[in-house]
Design a protein around this ligand. Sequence first.
Ligand code: DX5
Ligand code: ZN
Length: 217
Amino acid sequence: AGHVMIGPSLLAADFRYLAREIERLEAAGARFLHLDIMDGHFVPNLSFGIPIVQAVRKATRLILDVHLMISNPEAHIERFREAGADYLTVHIEVAPDPRPLFEMIHRTGACAGVSLNPPTPVEAVIPYLNDCELVLVMSVMPGFGGQSFRPEVLPKIRRLRQLAPDGLMISVDGGVNGQTIGQCAEAGATMFIVGTGLLGHDNYSQRYRELAALVKD
Ligand code: DX5
Ligand code: ZN
């Protein structure tokens, strides 16, 4: 699967010590941070928004992978970019033709991603694989960290691996941990979003190394 990319999800961080959490993830070897934006509408939960993305941006030069679990991404894309997002991912369920959103994201200078929920067939995103840089396969229903991985999404990852143009990142998000990351890598994922499976442990460096070792070819 090429270079190992693990994207720690800040949703599982201790927000009292956000800068310290980011330093610990950097020290562990992270090159990406995954930021989960929830609107209480597309998903039945709220998380954090633009001020936190700005604060994270001030704390680090890591690549910020911003996952927009929101119903009207077009209204917020530019401000998330100004806040410091490097990747902006929108859900296919709110944008059945995501190309205008990709164009908006690309105009800001960010990379664009498309995400699909477990019940959404992979066919929904296949027409757009040449128009974005990242496909984010949800392996739980979005809205909450700490849920169990749904192995029925593995065939979707396999199908995307077969069809993906060179350079398209295939990311998997939800319930990724030491028990499930190997299956995701075997199916062809190239980016692994890990919340509780990393930040739920005391020693991030050790845990990061263990996870990375499980996805090496
Ligand atoms: C779920 C989010 C995930 C979540 C992953 O709505 O999109 O990124 O933070 O958390 P874990 O790894 O604990 O499932
Ligand atoms: Zn996410």
